[in-house]
Design a protein around this ligand. Structure first.
Ligand code: GDP
Length: 193
């Protein structure tokens, strides 16, 4: 069975997006690190399962070693299942992603989001970056171009619509993400012929 995974730092809106995609309600008030196993659901009208993996990165009240463990779990899950994972949706917060990436970029530090993007590619999973909370972003094109730059994709972002999907999960505007995922689904089906 084809699978789509949702990864991202905590608080970027993964649960909100899952609710929007699947129509199910999830308990967003759960204690971080408690729900550590992937949840499987059918995406609205497509025939693959979608797994919401635990959020990684900073979480209030969660110790560093537990956070590391969660990230390792996510990475191992993706590695183990890479064969049938079609798309890895990396959810980021459009409002803060550039600041967070730049704050954590250094000679021996790679920001989680950048690392995850390259990791997905390395294991052969097509990454789609769902740039969420775009309703809070004014300079939309500038922000998306900066994100391309940080991920090593040549701007303008419009050239990367299969990879960069600006959305607002809370407002229910996720069409660019549906489009991007559909694109990869069709590519994969063509490869199977
Ligand atoms: P998770 O930790 O990644 O699962 O994030 P949640 O889905 O719990 O969302 C974290 C916070 O971001 C909540 O307060 C959401 O209401 C808010 N949020 C989620 N999506 C959006 C969005 O598209 N726009 C805005 N403005 N807020 C959002």
């Amino acid at each position: 069975d084809a699978e789509v995974v949702l990864v991202g730092r905590s608080n970027v809106g993964k649960s909100t997006l899952m609710r929007e995609i699947t129509g199910h309600t999830f308990d967003t008030g759960q204690r971080p690190g408690v729900t550590r196993s992937p949840n499987h659901f059918d995406w609205a009208s497509a025939d693959f399962v979608i797994s919401d993996l635990p959020g990684f990165g900073y979480m209030k009240g969660v110790p560093e070693d537990v956070r590391e463990e969660i990230k390792t779990d996510v990475v191992q899950y993706v590695e183990r299942n890479a064969e049938h994972i079609l798309v890895g949706i990396l959810v980021v917060d459009g409002k803060s992603v550039i600041d967070i990436i730049d704050r954590h970029s250094g000679p021996d530090e790679i920001p989680h989001d950048v690392e995850m993007f390259h990791f997905l590619r390395e294991v052969g999973v097509e990454p789609v970056v769902a740039v969420n909370k775009m309703d809070k972003v004014d300079d939309k094109d500038d922000r998306l171009n900066e994100l391309c730059d940080r991920l090593g994709l040549h701007p303008p972002w419009q050239q990367w619509q299969e990879t960069i999907a600006p959305i607002s999960a809370k407002r229910g505007s996720v069409e660019p993400l549906n489009e991007a995922v559909r694109h990869h689904l069709h590519e994969a089906q063509r490869d199977d012929l």
